[in-house]
Design a protein around this ligand. Structure first.
Ligand code: ADP
Length: 194
């Protein structure tokens, strides 16, 4: 069964959305196998966001496309300078206050959680997603304030990323195994056989 790592960022904690966010993951049928509140160190966040030039380029292109779609000029020319600044702000943001870390388990948990979380920019995230329902920050607004998007959540992008990120926030002893009703009702092929 796939596992994925989710962080509720400081804006989610400080807006009192922890219960709502965790509830959405529980309601879709995911199993929480680790959960904690933590005030991260610089090293924790730096390890978590091991951001490469490829990431900087992707962040740059994603934002540029959004500005262009809005017919606004994109005022940044260099993906390294842009990406480095976003990473710096992101590390500051994450280490500024407590966050909640959790591991969610289920069939195709990585893409399922990304779907529930919604796209990076809350203003463009679909209604029904966490970012779309509970935030409305945008690239132009966050860039004008020279800070990262306040989009409530981090969720792993791939299974590989999930493994690396789980090791940043949890020891093996903190990853629990227990029986959940969905191990039967959603996943046991014999559950409904008489
Ligand atoms: P996601 O969190 O949706 O996987 P990314 O990995 O691309 O997004 O970026 C990590 C985080 O960096 C985002 O969640 C957001 O907080 C911030 N961020 C990314 N791109 C930008 C941007 N162009 N402007 C401001 N903040 C950004």
């Amino acid at each position: 069964m796939q596992k994925t790592l989710v962080l509720i960022k400081p804006d989610g904690v400080q807006r009192g959305l922890m219960g709502e966010i965790i509830g959405r993951f529980e309601r879709v049928g995911l199993k929480i196998t680790a959960l904690k509140m933590v005030h991260p160190s610089h090293e924790d966040v730096d390890k978590h966001y091991a951001l490469t030039e490829e990431w900087m380029r992707a962040v740059y292109e994603k934002a540029k496309a959004k500005y262009e779609a809005n017919k606004e000029p994109f005022p940044f020319a260099d993906h390294i300078a842009y990406g480095t600044e976003i990473k710096r702000g992101l590390v500051e943001f994450l280490k500024s206050a407590p966050i909640v870390a959790m591991v969610l388990e289920g069939e195709q948990a990585v893409p399922l959680v990304r779907k529930i979380v919604g796209s990076t920019e809350p203003a463009g995230a679909a209604p029904g997603t966490i970012r779309g329902d509970f935030a409305h920050d945008s690239y132009p607004f966050s860039n004008s304030q020279n800070r990262p998007l306040r989009n409530l959540i981090h969720a792993s992008g791939t299974e590989e990323e999930a493994k690396q990120e789980m090791a940043v926030w949890f020891t093996d002893a903190e990853l629990y195994k227990y029986e959940h009703v969905n191990d039967r009702v959603q996943y046991d092929p014999e559950w409904f056989l008489s």
